[in-house]
Design a protein around this ligand. Structure first.
Ligand SMILES: Cc1ncc(COP(=O)(O)O)c(C=O)c1O
Length: 403
């Protein structure tokens, strides 16, 4: 007799997908906070800023104007046009048309749609390790296989074309890249991007470029879109963007991707239709205002993130066994741990240190949450707010010096 109980079910692909350590630590901190404890939200990647006023006003205006109905599946024409113009003017990608832009429920959903449209079962995608976990998980959900290329602290976490080439097999379908990089904050140079593009062309591979942090980047580092290096020939490149980080709109859930591939242009709308049937109309109105309106908030947030980065870096100055990597972009700080630290602190590993810090109200994410290559590491995020970063940096320094 068939039964509906979980025990009776055969293994399912979702059984392999975890809800993630970041979520567990977040729940722990929120529970502690609700009970009155002081917590420092260094686990979260959610910008604490409010979106600028002209974006919020656009939401109200759109609602009052009756823009509360179903919207076109791939995005409103006005928004797609504005994003195509932005991609040409800002990202320097040649000849982007309205029809090359697909609006999604955040960059997360773009990853789901792109990998779902691109991959056949068993197709391999080369990704950096460590990497924000949802990339590998979206590849798996599409039936693909993520193949990690280890990034090394002694090479400044560079995603090296030679190492990517060594990871290629006859099953490789795509090279994924993310610059600025979550979790290390490393930024890929033009020369590296060019070498990755040359490799993809030589081996006839797709490139999926996650550029969610394009605006969170610290001079002299500068963001280059790999598609800009391809001239008119960017059909093999899919570029993914987000309003979450650039415009502090994480809760509005909106992002987009660019593709001029006829294959993806034909398949992606089917996944968009069956998952969301068009992004929330008010979020699209907000995105239109964000991309066409005054951009001062982008630079203001960048300056504040840079200040916070320096506060967090300072927390580790002179601390034996902790090696923070000065990020060129993102609001993350990746700290490599000398395993000697564990004995000194009476702990087994980075995971135990992560849990001890979380129990003290200091958010963080252990290295093994991001892959296999860097278990001896912790990631700290300074997306919360500057006062919290200042106080949390002091608490962190104290905890690591005396724990
Ligand atoms: C590298 C990277 N890509 C994509 C995303 C997804 O962003 P969203 O879905 O909020 O646009 C994130 C979020 O943290 C990220 O770190």
């Amino acid at each position: 007799m068939p039964t509906l109980t979980a025990a009776a079910h055969p293994p399912h692909r979702l059984d392999e997908i975890s809800l993630g350590k970041i979520v567990q630590i977040r729940e722990q901190l929120l529970t502690a906070q609700a009970a009155g404890a002081r917590v420092f939200r260094f686990e979260s990647g959610d910008p604490g800023f409010a979106p600028p006023a002209h974006v919020l006003e656009a939401v109200t205006r759109a609602g009052l104007a009756g823009q509360t109905h179903y919207v076109p599946n791939n995005g409103t024409p006005e928004l797609r046009r504005a994003l195509a113009a932005k991609a040409v003017a800002k990202n320097r990608i040649a000849g982007v048309r309205e029809s090359d832009v697909f609006v999604t429920n955040g960059a997360m959903h773009a990853l789901f749609v792109v990998f779902g449209s691109l991959l056949d079962p068993g197709d391999e995608v080369v990704i950096p390790d460590p990497m924000w976990t949802e990339v590998a998980e979206n590849i798996c959900l599409a039936g693909g296989v993520p193949v990690g290329v280890p990034l090394r602290p002694d090479q400044d976490f560079a995603y090296r074309p030679e190492a990517i080439e060594r990871a290629l097999t006859p099953r490789t379908r795509a090279i994924f890249l993310n610059s600025p990089h979550n979790p290390t904050g490393a930024v890929l140079s033009r020369a590296t991007l060019q070498a990755i593009l040359d490799l993809a062309r030589a081996r006839d591979l797709w490139i999926v470029a996650d550029e969610a942090y394009e605006d969170v980047i610290y001079p002299p580092a500068a963001h280059t879109s790999i598609a800009a290096l391809a001239g008119d020939d960017w059909e093999r490149i899919v570029s993914i963007y987000s309003f979450s980080k650039s415009h502090a709109m994480a809760g509005l859930r909106i992002g987009y991707f660019l593709t001029r591939s006829p294959l993806l242009q034909e398949r992606a709308p089917k996944l968009l239709r069956c998952t969301i049937n068009g992004v929330n109309s008010l979020a699209q109105a907000a995105a239109l205002a964000a991309v066409t309106g005054n951009q001062d908030h982008v630079a203001a947030m960048r300056a504040e993130y840079q200040l916070r980065r320096d506060l967090l870096l300072d927390a580790f100055r002179g601390l034996d066994g902790f090696d923070p990597f000065p990020p060129q972009g993102t609001f993350f700080l990746w700290v490599t741990l000398d395993p000697a630290v564990y004995a000194r602190l009476g702990l087994a590993d980075a995971d135990a240190l992560s849990r001890r810090l979380a129990a003290q109200g200091i958010g963080n994410t252990p290295g093994d949450a991001f892959g296999l290559a860097c278990p001896d590491a912790l990631r700290f995020s300074s997306s919360c707010d500057t006062a919290m970063v200042r106080a949390g940096a002091a608490a962190l320094r104290h905890a690591l010096a005396v724990s």
